[in-house]
Design a protein around this ligand. Structure first.
Ligand code: ZN
Ligand code: ZN
Length: 327
């Protein structure tokens, strides 16, 4: 069986190549994702670990089992009894994890693992569901858990899914998304409030699939595509966006158009926003990509507002340098 990388919300692991991300929610602090392929499902749930009010793994697993029971009862429309057979503890990403096999009476194999990652401050649950038809189930679990990383020593977090890969600082939280056949976007936000200022940064990574069919007449002229097919939507989703200049750039050998500018708005509380966008057509994946970066500062009019153009450029550049639009 072939494996591929998955990077999502601060997790990095190897999963079977056929597995697809079928559900997800939340952000790096607390959230959920589900991966599926024939005869195998893996769901991972995490929440923030509060060292002041630590819950024991036994408590966490009891409430998890209760949730599984409720979910099954909802679909089965009858009472079910779930047994959890405790198995030997194992190490996952250097943490001691509690292992158990859930018995739901469905005939499926459900190995489940729970652990606390003190480095990312999270409680993590990985729940596998195998059909008995899956012959290599033991090896698959071993390979996935053996590769599972729940924290990193690096300053950046790797995202690797949907056939793209990039690194961003962990303070950028996934806040809006749409994962669909024709159009997908992920928006990350990093916001800070202080007494007299509000600052915020955002990345939106968006792509359009089957570009040579859907945008038959514009995909070869990415500037025309941007103006005719995208700009109206981008203005709607990104308040205060404005560009004053544009120039050609390269990304992964593709020709891209880089737009940038500064916008100012507000009367009493004034806001300065730095805006950057890179848009290109990737022939390898047949997708049009558009990455938008915005950084703003809002302060009362009598205070100076300053953003470091250099620092903002560095953050944007770091994302672009790590960005893979095809493999
Ligand atoms: Zn960890
Ligand atoms: Zn590409």
């Amino acid at each position: 069986m072939k494996f591929k990388e998955l990077g999502w919300n601060g997790f990095l692991l190897q999963i079977p190549e056929e597995m697809r991300l079928t559900a997800e929610s939340g952000n790096i602090n607390s959230g959920y994702f589900k991966l599926e392929m024939e005869n195998l499902l893996l769901e991972v749930k995490w929440e923030q670990f509060n060292p002041k009010k630590p819950k024991s793994l036994a408590e966490i697993s009891a409430s998890f089992i209760e949730n599984v029971r409720k979910t099954i009862e909802k679909t089965a429309k009858k009472r079910v009894d779930i047994k959890a057979r405790v198995a030997e503890n194992i190490f996952i990403s250097s943490h001691n994890a509690r292992s158990m096999i859930l018995e739901t009476g469905s005939g499926l194999r459900e190995p489940t693992y729970l652990w606390v990652c003190e480095k990312s401050n999270r409680v993590i649950i990985a729940h596998f569901v195998f059909s008995p038809l899956m012959e290599e189930s033991e090896e698959v679990v071993e390979r996935i858990l053996g590769s599972f990383k729940c924290h990193t020593e690096e300053d950046l977090v790797t995202w690797s899914a949907l056939n793209i890969r990039f690194n961003i600082p962990p303070s950028f939280l996934l806040s809006e998304r749409r994962i669909a056949v024709g159009r997908t976007y992920l928006t990350f936000r990093d916001q800070k409030f202080s007494t007299f200022a509000e600052t915020g940064r955002s990345f939106s990574i968006e792509y359009f699939s089957m570009a040579n069919v859907v945008f038959e007449d514009t995909y070869k002229d990415i500037d025309a595509w941007f103006q005719k097919k995208y700009w109206k939507d981008l203005k709607k989703s990104h308040k205060n966006i404005a560009f004053q200049s544009s120039e050609g750039r390269k990304i992964m050998r593709h020709n891209a158009i880089y737009r940038h500018g500064i916008s100012r708005s507000g009367l009493f509380t004034r806001r300065t926003t730095i805006c950057k966008n890179l848009t290109w057509y990737c022939s390898k994946s047949n997708r049009i990509y558009s990455i938008t970066y915005m950084s703003y500062i809002s302060r009362p009019f009598f205070l100076k507002r300053k953003l470091s153009e250099e620092e903002e450029e560095k953050i944007f550049q770091n994302l672009l340098l790590s960005f893979k639009c095809h493999f």
